[in-house]
Write a protein that binds this ligand. Structure first.
Ligand code: GCB
Ligand code: CA
Length: 896
């Protein structure tokens, strides 16, 4: 009896639950089990035979994850096909069905059962298509998608310093909504637009605008309802309006919630989020027909050309980074968790600002920014150059419309931006009439985008991020058009000195006194494998970038008119065309591609975090090496930076205190005597009587200057010629030392000079070419020319000597930085080179040169066995036949 009652009750519950559920919209990913074919096919795939040899992939997916990291220049830019069968249940028969993409790069056409349901241009915005009329119920539907990332003159970006990965690299959904629903046909937006026309500490108003779609034929009395919930889930406001749906029509509606008392304001310190739920109900039955949820944050903000940025009436310096959707090995096809992780890392740095460049990103990014309290600028991907065509203009305008409508409801967004460094690669000859007309076309496009932005959203600011050619942007008129001018500045990297940066800012303030300014980019490459005690531009050392960021941050903080700044970049990212020590990578990230912190990350933490903070610098370089000059002990001194927001820092090395040092601009410097083997470093500072500390272990390989020293028997040495840097090889647990001149008893070169690539950004040493056939680009890219001898005064024994060479000159047209913001590198021409190499008097390499082994830009190494006897040590002699002798790297290892 009891049982019967219970089951009837359950059944009733079940019916209630299902009937209610059936009313709401369904949104589910269809990411798994796709068939993928790289290349084009004649017709869309019809049956299993057509896809028999296709790859099995899951979305997110890009076809360029691997080919952007190999030695072959370029990556696949073409067509790729995706196919999947999806059964659509007959319970969806009375619904409107959509396929929804968070993004596909860069043109996508969708076929359902062979019928094209839509085409979308642009790699970075969401898009969706109605597919009800194309699907069959209770049977497999063939979804085939043709994606194309070929270069297209009419689709931005045309060129840029990042990789234009192809594929369906974000989530794809099927959606089923009631025939009465919030607009689903407005550029994949939510169909609901939420703004807060008036916000003060005492009171806030909310305006909800939307469109009701009805694809039913009959008339229906409906209720549109907006409910606002606080963070605890309490409903704090509600607005209901009656609306009549008259057969298959769309109706715009507006709901005003004029007064929310004492709102919890949204800010980086307190990102208080409300939730606003919009519903459509049947007026008679009260049944829920559609429901959409949006975040709601109450904040007001303004930019002032003299005083900077204000949020909720208080001054706030915007400090943060830029960010690419990129992760080593994954290309741009990142799982959601990696998008969120990046935002958490930015927050943990103390950042309050993100320039989402150079294109709109995964929805997870803005959702995380709303949640974490990160203010954002979002932009469409016009980069470097434009095409003067109607199609290009139309695509830009559509992208802007899509972006604004799709991201409209995020409280974190404060700026809509467009045109990154659009005058970097102007078409046509300098000074020509054609070029002047081109500039006019750029300004015209900018004005059109600006006007559109104003119409779409007048509650946010607009911005154009420009490169450091002030006069040109001003002359072309681009500094006048947007609300804010962004500057991407690289003084001390691509040109001049870091100290020139401040002058540039002051020039802006003087010449454009009414334009608010944001430094939209600044940065310097760091490959954390390098160290250079005497850092120079382009050495990619941690030390150089440390100095650069200090100068920049000081100048930024000292100038109230600088509203904000964004470091280029949060993390290292793939830029296929880049060469240099870590080919295909832009190393300006303050995190590595695997999100390990470089020193800059700690430096900004020390400046931005309120909580007591202390971190020892250069932790990634936990294997180091150096020469010891002392005859009595093995010690190598190195300057160590410690980052802290406390007034002073104490350092203990191997249990012994090195004293207490005052921090200057959040940095304490110590001259640390490292011993051979593992060194334990402990940095501490007292905060209200309590110690906070950081601890690291650094393994040091100390080599006595005198190679026959009894302090430590000689085992091995690795030297990078023509190079002032130390280079850590974590895999082989080796450190390459910078070159030194020979002194008796020790080791080094005799004669010659450091190879420098003339007329390139890199004037100090080496080349930035990608050296093929090796992962040791760093070693092969530097070289000593005209070398006469290399000597090592090692004790007698059996040794293995490895000599490394690479011909750095070539006849190839292009060289130098793939993305040199300064002048393009002009290569020195290759002429014939030929030389002999003798080891301890034996001619081991004969006529080594361009006609023998040394193929331009390809690594060549040879390992030679030697018996050192009679105290001669190792003597390598170089004898030129044609051109100059060269040597790139040398390794000597004692066998016994
Ligand atoms: C820039 C560009 C950015 C580059 C960066 C660089 O100015 O806007 O896309 O990656 O410089 O590292 O050269
Ligand atoms: Ca996603």
């Amino acid at each position: 009896m009891m049982l019967k009652k219970l089951s009837a009750f359950c059944c009733c519950l079940f019916i209630m639950a299902t009937s209610l559920k059936a009313q709401e919209r369904i949104k589910k990913t269809i990411n798994t089990n796709w068939n993928f074919h790289k290349g084009d096919i004649e017709d869309f795939p019809k049956n299993n035979n057509d896809i028999i040899n296709w790859d099995k992939v899951n979305l997110p997916h890009t076809w360029n994850a691997i080919d952007v990291t190999d030695d072959e220049p370029g990556y696949y830019r073409g067509i790729g096909w995706y196919q999947k069968n999806v059964v659509i249940p007959s319970s969806w028969k009375n619904k409107d069905i959509y396929i929804y993409f968070e993004g596909a790069s860069q043109v996508a056409e969708v076929f359902i059962n062979g019928k094209s349901v839509g085409n979308h241009i642009g790699g970075y915005n969401f898009f969706s298509f109605p597919i009800s009329s194309a699907v069959n119920f209770d049977q497999a539907n063939n979804i085939s998608i043709k994606v194309n990332n070929q270069y297209n003159d009419d689709i931005p970006p045309l060129s840029a310093d990042f990789t234009f990965y192809g594929g369906i690299y974000r989530d794809v959904y099927l959606m089923a909504v009631n025939k009465v629903h919030f607009d689903m046909d407005n550029h994949a937006s939510k169909g609901i637009f939420i703004s807060t026309p008036k916000v003060t500490k005492e009171q806030a108003s909310v305006l909800v605008k939307g469109v009701l779609s009805n694809t039913n034929s009959g008339n229906q009395s409906l209720i549109i309802c907006s409910q606002i919930f606080d963070a605890n889930g309490n409903k704090i406001a509600e607005k209901q309006d009656k609306i009549k749906a008259t057969g298959t029509s769309n109706q715009a509606f507006e709901q005003n919630i004029p007064s929310i008392k004492n709102p919890n304001l949204w800010s980086p310190n307190s990102p208080y989020l409300y939730r606003i739920i919009s519903q459509i109900k049947d007026a008679k039955t009260g049944a829920l027909l559609d429901e959409v949820s949006n975040p709601l944050g109450f904040r007001w903000f303004s930019f002032d050309a003299d005083k900077g940025f204000f949020l909720n009436g208080e001054h706030l310096k915007l400090i943060g980074t830029n960010r690419h959707q990129d992760f080593k090995g994954l290309g741009n096809a990142l799982p959601d968790a990696l998008h969120v992780r990046d935002m958490e890392l930015l927050k943990a740095m103390g950042g309050n600002f993100l320039r989402i460049s150079h294109y709109p990103q995964d929805p997870e990014v803005l959702e995380a920014c709303d949640r974490l309290g990160i203010l954002t600028s979002v932009e469409i991907p016009i980069v470097n150059t434009i095409t003067e065509s109607k199609a290009f203009t139309d695509n830009c305008l559509t992208m802007m419309t899509e972006m604004i409508r799709q991201d409209y409801n995020h409280p974190s967004v404060i700026i809509w931006a467009y045109m990154n460094e659009v005058l970097l690669r102007p078409r046509y000859d300098k000074g020509s009439e054609k070029q002047e007309n081109y500039f006019k076309a750029v300004a015209k496009l900018a004005q059109e985008l600006e006007d559109l932005t104003r119409i779409e959203d007048h509650s946010r600011y607009s911005m154009i991020p420009c490169h450091g050619n002030f006069d040109l942007y001003k002359r072309v008129g681009l500094t006048q058009i947007p609300d804010i001018v962004g500057w991407n500045l690289y003084q001390g990297w691509y040109s001049g000195k870091s100290e020139d940066f401040a002058g540039y800012l002051d020039k802006h303030h003087k010449e454009l006194p009414s334009k608010p300014l944001i430094i939209t980019e600044y940065g310097a490459d760091v490959d954390p494998h390098f160290s250079n005690p005497n850092p120079i531009r382009f050495d990619k050392s941690q030390e150089y970038s440390n100095k650069y960021h200090q100068v920049y941050l000081k100048a930024i903080l000292q100038r109230p008119f600088v509203a904000g700044s964004a470091i280029w970049n949060l993390a290292d990212f793939n830029s296929e065309q880049r060469t240099d020590t870590d080919p295909h990578t832009n190393n300006k990230g303050i995190l590595t591609t695997h999100r390990q912190p470089k020193d800059q990350y700690y430096f900004y933490q020390a400046h931005l975090l309120k909580a007591p903070f202390i971190k020892i610098g250069s932790q990634l370089r936990n294997l180091r090496s150096g020469i010891s000059d002392s005859e009595t002990e093995l010690l190598h001194h190195e300057i160590l930076e410690i980052y802290s927001n406390q007034p002073q820092v104490t350092l203990k090395v191997n249990g012994k205190s090195l004293g207490t040092v005052k921090t200057d601009f959040c940095i304490a410097k110590f001259d640390v005597p490292f011993k051979d083997g593992v060194n334990q470093l402990e940095a501490t500072t007292l905060v209200n009587g309590k110690e906070i500390k950081d601890f690291v272990e650094i393994n040091y390989i100390i080599i006595p200057q005198k190679l026959k020293s009894s302090l430590k028997p000689f085992t091995e040495i690795n030297v990078s010629l023509g190079d002032p840097r130390y280079y850590m090889d974590k895999t082989l647990q080796q450190v390459w030392l910078p070159e030194q001149a020979y002194q008796p008893g020790s080791w080094g070169y005799v004669g010659g000079e450091i190879f420098r690539m003339k007329n390139s950004g890199r004037q100090s040493f080496g080349t930035d070419k990608n050296i093929l056939g090796t992962d040791y680009d760093a070693i092969y890219a530097t070289q000593r020319e005209d070398i006469k001898q290399f000597k090592l005064d090692v004790p007698d024994g059996k040794y293995e000597l490895t000599l490394h060479f690479a011909e750095l000159l070539s006849d190839k047209e292009k060289g130098g930085l793939a993305y040199n913001l300064g002048k393009d590198a002009e290569n020195e021409k290759l002429s014939e080179r030929s030389f002999n190499v003798y080891v301890n008097g034996l001619k081991v390499l004969e006529n080594l040169g361009t006609k023998n082994e040394l193929v331009p830009e390809v690594a060549y190494a040879t390992k030679i066995s030697i018996n050192v006897k009679n105290g001669t040590g190792v003597v390598v002699n170089f004898e030129a036949i044609k051109g100059k002798t060269i040597l790139n790297g040398l390794q000597l290892r004692r066998i016994y």
